[in-house]
Ligand binder design. Structure first.
Ligand SMILES: *[C@@H]1O[C@H](CO)[C@@H](O)[C@H](O)[C@H]1NC(C)=O
Length: 329
């Protein structure tokens, strides 16, 4: 009996073992299938998953030789801000060259030149070489900002003040928006003009700042404190725009940005493009850029529209937004 039982027992256990063995080969087979399938799925997905590029963050077509942009930075006796902002922009992948508009009576110091040269060199990696140039001006005029630049490496300049910083993703997005409309001014600081109805039939205009743009969603100018535009407009500003406008800008120390907006609007007969982006103000002048001193600006708008024989500015409410960062479709 005991032997029978023990035999039975042992036989059972042998059978169980056999069942288990069959089960484990099934599981192993299943596991192997899973591994192979997920490997296939992964490699397919990596190449292209339903045609979506998963890994391309920069959006640059890597096979084509690229052409980037030039930073055109106006500065005035604020070397610390200049160092800070150039150190930042040198990290941006699309940057080809840096032009610093220098109008101070003294030449840039050796320490400043060395510092910036090093910054630019450190970021010139992998076949990319960022050029650094100081454009020295004898006369101190706001028109210096838009002087013609000979042998410019790129077709487009990103004109930006030394006291505001944009993240590289923001800059590169605006650059791409400009590539879609290379005759247009593309930038981050919109302003608007309105017909002054209190003046009756006369074509008199009012210049309005940020609050008006925010309230109405309408703008007609993009300020050159942060804007992309084609380099041809530098030539036009210096050689083709009525000299009376340049004289007005020098004399009043104001409105060179409005003059540039008029120039581009007159050439394109179209509005500029406002791009959504993060702005960081690193200077102490944050308040003045938001509002105030609009009466002098209103005077410029009216003065320039007379020079042009009519109002060239065109209003719009189009705003370019990076769809990768707007989750709500
Ligand atoms: C405005 O544009 C027109 C056509 O391109 C040009 O002939 C004219 O000179 C421009 N006006 C000014 C004041 O530059």
């Amino acid at each position: 009996m005991t032997t029978m039982r023990s035999r039975l027992f042992s036989r059972r256990s042998i059978r169980q073992g056999a069942v288990l063995a069959v089960g484990s080969t099934k599981i192993k087979l299943l596991l192997a299938c899973c591994v192979v399938l997920s490997f296939i799925a992964f490699s397919v997905r990596k190449a292209s998953f339903m045609g979506w590029e998963q890994n391309d963050v920069s959006l640059y077509p890597s096979s084509l030789p690229r052409k980037g942009y030039t930073i055109l930075m106006n500065t005035w006796k604020r070397n610390d801000l200049l160092k800070q902002s150039i150190s930042h922009y040198a990290l941006c992948p699309g940057l080809d060259s840096v032009h610093i508009v220098w109008s101070e009576p003294d030449l840039p110091s050796d320490s400043l030149v060395n510092f910036l040269t090093n910054v630019v060199k450190q970021n010139s990696k992998g076949g990319r070489e960022i050029e650094l140039k100081f454009d020295i001006n004898v006369e101190d005029s706001l028109n210096n900002r838009f002087k013609e630049i000979k042998d410019l490496k790129s077709d487009v300049v990103f004109s930006v003040d030394d006291d505001i910083i944009f993240p590289c993703t923001t800059v590169e997005f605006a650059f791409r928006a400009w590539q879609s409309a290379p005759d247009t001014m593309v930038g981050f600081v919109p302003r608007v003009h309105w017909l002054d109805k209190s003046k009756g039939d006369q074509d008199t205009y009012i210049y309005s700042g940020w609050w008006s743009v925010w309230w109405t969603g309408t703008y007609s100018m993009i300020l050159s404190k942060a804007a992309f535009f084609h380099k041809k407009y530098l030539n036009m500003y210096t050689y083709e725009m009525p000299s009376s406008i340049r004289e007005y800008v020098t004399k009043n120390r104001n409105c060179e940005d409005i003059a540039m907006s008029f120039l581009v609007a007159n050439a394109t007969r179209a509005p500029p493009i406002w791009v959504k982006g993060k702005i960081y103000e690193i200077g102490s002048t944050g308040i003045s850029s938001l509002g105030g001193h609009n009466s002098r600006r209103t005077h410029c708008v009216n003065r320039f529209s007379v020079e042009y024989g009519g109002m060239p500015l065109v209003s719009t409410s189009v705003k370019a937004v990076d769809s990768r960062f707007s989750w709500f479709w």
